[in-house]
Design a protein around this ligand. Structure first.
Ligand code: SF4
Length: 232
């Protein structure tokens, strides 16, 4: 079977909306401001976007607060550009639309419950699939309840995350909730590179680990190994 090109599928969908002059309502699950930066820049011309910040996987309240504050600051900056028609240095033009945000519940116990027994797995394995399922099922539920036309996630921008798994999980969550999932692979078309440029441009807080306590510990071990190698 041919491998699906999720980035192309999204482009095709957008072309259909443009032909009909439609701007569907999109609930965009966001994990952090750096990953959102490119996704929002790309999508805000074509959709009425509401960001859904739902990440019970994040290791501590302090880390959670930093990430949610930066997400809100980024959205405020994009909305200021729309109000003031100030797009200097940006890809989007004045067709860009304003963005809303909904903050989900932060209950880390929900994350620890679904990933129980998978504490020692490396990033990218079955624990991550469970983590995606938790976050995307909740996003699908909210999209259905609030009547959004589509939902999707910024998570496909990460080169460390498998876009095929994420799209599979998103489509499954959509089927269960009875709503529509928008396919994506935001790292394509230089999306990841652009997210780094935008993070510098807006001086965003960029964490060096994915989010959960296990990914933080893994990152610490890798840093220690590098420093020991450098000293030897
Ligand atoms: S490494 Fe990232 S995706 Fe995987 S379980 Fe931890 S927070 Fe979730």
């Amino acid at each position: 079977m041919n491998k699906r090109n999720y980035s192309k599928e999204l482009e095709n969908k957008i072309s259909e909306f443009q032909k009909e002059n439609e701007h569907p309502g999109l609930l965009l699950h966001a994990c952090c401001a750096p990953c959102s930066s490119y996704c929002l820049e790309y999508l805000r011309e074509y959709f009425d976007i509401t960001v859904f910040f739902y990440n019970p996987n994040i290791t501590s309240e302090g880390e959670y607060s930093k990430r949610v504050i930066e997400e809100k600051r980024l959205i405020a900056e994009y909305n200021r550009q729309v109000e003031e028609k100030d797009f200097a240095g940006m890809n989007s033009d004045d067709k860009a639309r304003k963005i809303n945000i909904i903050e989900g519940d932060y209950n880390p116990k929900d994350f620890y419950e679904v990933t129980k027994g998978m504490e020692d797995l490396k990033e990218g394995g079955e624990r991550c699939r469970k983590c995606f399922e938790l976050r995307l099922k909740e996003t699908a539920k909210v999209a259905k309840e609030k009547g959004f036309d589509y939902f999707t996630t910024t998570l496909t921008i990460s080169p460390l995350k498998n876009a095929e798994v994420l799209n599979e999980v998103g489509e499954e969550a959509a089927r269960e909730a009875g709503c529509l999932f928008l396919p994506s692979d935001f790292k394509k078309k230089n999306g990841y590179k652009r997210s780094i440029e935008l993070s510098h441009m807006f001086d965003l807080y960029r964490q060096d680990f994915c989010g959960c306590s296990y990914s933080k510990a893994q990152r610490e071990r890798e840093k220690l190994k590098c420093s020991l190698q450098a000293d030897s």
